[in-house]
Design a protein around this ligand. Structure first.
Ligand SMILES: Cc1cc2nc3c(=O)[nH]c(=O)nc-3n(C[C@H](O)[C@H](O)[C@H](O)COP(=O)(O)OP(=O)(O)OC[C@H]3O[C@@H](n4cnc5c(N)ncnc54)[C@H](O)[C@@H]3O)c2cc1C
Length: 426
C-alpha cells in the first residue's frame, strides 16, 4: 500500500492556481487565431465575411441583436418601403461562412486578460478583438427629446414612427398639422422629402379631407449639410422646398413636451418630432475608458493599422478617423483589418491604412438624388440612378450576388401594415 502523500503546502497551491490563471488569461498560440468581432453592423459583418472563410481562424461575431440594420434604407421603411431592405437576419448573411453568431451585448473589455464580458454574464476570451459597435443617438441633454421625439436609428424606431402616422389618421381622423424633422444632415433630408410624398399618398388612401399640414426640416446651423459646399446645400434646399418641405435653418431646439417643440425664440405645436440631429460614440468606450484613448468627440484613437492596443482593433463609427460615420468607410475599415489580421498571424508584412473620402448620395424624394464626391456634383434622376447603383454595391458588400439582387429589387415594393392602405391598394 502506498503511503499517503503529504498535503500540498499553501505556497505550492498558490503557484498551481497562478499557473491555471495565466493559462486561461494569456492567449495561447491556438487562441491567437480566435477572433471575436463585436457588433453586427456594416463593419462587423464585413469583417466576419472576410475572415470567416480563412483556414486556421475561428471567428465569433457577438452582436446586441440578431439582425443587421441597413441604415441607408430606414427612412424608406418608415415611409412605406419594404422592411426587408432595411433589416436583414445575421444568420442569413453569414450562412456561407463558419462564423459563430452570439446575441449578447458586450459591456466590458479586459485587455490584459484578453476577454470581453456580455450582459448575459458570459466571458469570452479572444486572441484578436475587433470592436465595431456603431454610434448611438445623442440628444445633447435637451429636455424632453428622449421621451417625446421619434427616432430613425433602428427598424423598430422606423415602424413606431410609421404606426404613429397611421394612428393619427385612423384614430384622430386627421394628420398632424405640423410635422417636424430635426437635423439638416442626410437622414433628416431623406426623411422629410420621403415623408412629404408618403403623407400625400396615405392621406388620400384614408379618405381624410386634410387641412393643410406642414413639414418642417429644422437645422441649427445656418444651412443644410454645413460640411458640404454652399452650392450643394442650396441645391438640396431648393429641391426640398419644391416638394413642400419648409426648411428652417439657424433654428436651435431647446426642449420638447408632449405637444410642443421649443425652439430658441419660437415654439411649434406638434406631437410629431423626429430627431435625427445627433449621434455619439457608443457608451461602451466611455465605460471602458481605461482601455482606450478617446478623442475629443469620444471616438477611439487608433494607429495606422486601426489598432487601439495589442490585438485590439476599433473600426467603423467607433474609430476617430477623418472619414468615419459612413457605411462605405466602415466596410473599407473592415476589409483592411481582416487583411491585416490574416497577414499579422501569418507573419507577413503589414500594410498601413488610409481612409478614402466616401461619396455622399442623398435621395431627395423619389427619382431624385444629390451626389457629392469631392468637387464632383450630380443632381436629379442621374443622381438617383447612382444611388441605386450605390445601394446595390452596399448590399453586395454584405450579401452574395443573388441575395443582394433580391433585396435591392425590393425598392419599389410597398409594405402596408395599415389595413386601410392594404385594402385600398389591393
Ligand atoms: C438613419 C441612418 C441613415 C444612414 N444613411 C447612410 C447612407 O446613406 N450612407 C452611408 O454611407 N452611411 C449612412 N449612415 C451611416 C452608416 O450607417 C454608419 O456609418 C455605419 O452603419 C457604421 O457602421 P458600424 O459597423 O460602425 O456600426 P453599425 O452599422 O451601427 O453597427 C453596430 C452594431 O453593433 C451592435 N452593438 C452595439 N452595441 C453593442 C454592444 N455593446 N455589444 C454588441 N453589439 C453591439 C449593434 O446592434 C449593431 O449591430 C446612416 C446612418 C443612419 C443612422
Amino acid at each position: 500500500m502506498q503511503p499517503a502523500r503529504p498535503a500540498a503546502p499553501g505556497w505550492t497551491l498558490s503557484v498551481i492556481l497562478l499557473m491555471i490563471n495565466l493559462m486561461t488569461t494569456i492567449p495561447s498560440a491556438a487562441t491567437r487565431q480566435h477572433i471575436i468581432i463585436v457588433g453586427g453592423g456594416f463593419a462587423g459583418v464585413r469583417a466576419a465575411l472576410s475572415l470567416g472563410h480563412q483556414a486556421g481562424l475561428s471567428v465569433t461575431l457577438i452582436s446586441a441583436t440578431d439582425t443587421f440594420a441597413y441604415f441607408p434604407q430606414l427612412y424608406h421603411a418608415a415611409t412605406g418601403g419594404s422592411r426587408a431592405e432595411a433589416s436583414i437576419p445575421l444568420v442569413g448573411l453569414l450562412s456561407d461562412t463558419k462564423v459563430k453568431i452570439i446575441v449578447d451585448t458586450i459591456n466590458l473589455v479586459d485587455t490584459a486578460a484578453h476577454t470581453v464580458t456580455g450582459a448575459s454574464g458570459e466571458v469570452y476570451p479572444y486572441g484578436q478583438l475587433i470592436l465595431a459597435t456603431g454610434s448611438v443617438t445623442n440628444y445633447f441633454g435637451i429636455p424632453g427629446l428622449d421621451k417625446f421625439s421619434y427616432g430613425i436609428k433602428t427598424i423598430g424606431d422606423a415602424m413606431e414612427f410609421k404606426q404613429h402616422l397611421h394612428d393619427q389618421l385612423i384614430k384622430g381622423h386627421k394628420p398632424e398639422l405640423h410635422y417636424v424633422i430635426v437635423g439638416g444632415g442626410p437622414t433628416g433630408i431623406e426623411l422629410s422629402s420621403a415623408l412629404s410624398e408618403y403623407m400625400e399618398r396615405i392621406v388620400a388612401l384614408h379618405g381624410v379631407s386634410a387641412p393643410k399640414y406642414r413639414i418642417d426640416l429644422v437645422e441649427a446651423a445656418p444651412r443644410l449639410l454645413p460640411r458640404s459646399s454652399e452650392a450643394h446645400s442650396k441645391r438640396i434646399q431648393e429641391r426640398l422646398e419644391k416638394l413642400g418641405v419648409h426648411v428652417m435653418t439657424g433654428a436651435v431646439v431647446e426642449g420638447e413636451t408632449v405637444d410642443r417643440l421649443q425652439l430658441k425664440g419660437e415654439s411649434i405645436t406638434t406631437k410629431t418630432v423626429v430627431w435625427t440631429a445627433g449621434v455619439a460614440n457608443n457608451p461602451f468606450f466611455r465605460n471602458n475608458a481605461d482601455s482606450f484613448t478617446l478623442a475629443k468627440n469620444g471616438r477611439v484613437e487608433v494607429n495606422e493599422f486601426m489598432e487601439a492596443g495589442p490585438d485590439l482593433y476599433v473600426i467603423g463609427d467607433n474609430a476617430a478617423m477623418p472619414h468615419g460615420g459612413s457605411a462605405e468607410t466602415a466596410v473599407a475599415d473592415a476589409r483592411f483589418v481582416a487583411a491585416d489580421i490574416a497577414s499579422k498571424l501569418a507573419g507577413g508584412k503589414r500594410k498601413t491604412y488610409r481612409q478614402k473620402t466616401p461619396t455622399s448620395v442623398i435621395p431627395v424624394g423619389n427619382g431624385w438624388a444629390a451626389v457629392e464626391h469631392g468637387k464632383l456634383h450630380v443632381y436629379g434622376y442621374l443622381g438617383w440612378l447612382l444611388r441605386r447603383v450605390g445601394d446595390f454595391i452596399g448590399y453586395t458588400d454584405i450579401e452574395s450576388l443573388s441575395r443582394a439582387l433580391r433585396v435591392w429589387g425590393l425598392d419599389n415594393k410597398r409594405q402596408d401594415e395599415c389595413p386601410i392602405c392594404t385594402k385600398a391598394t389591393a
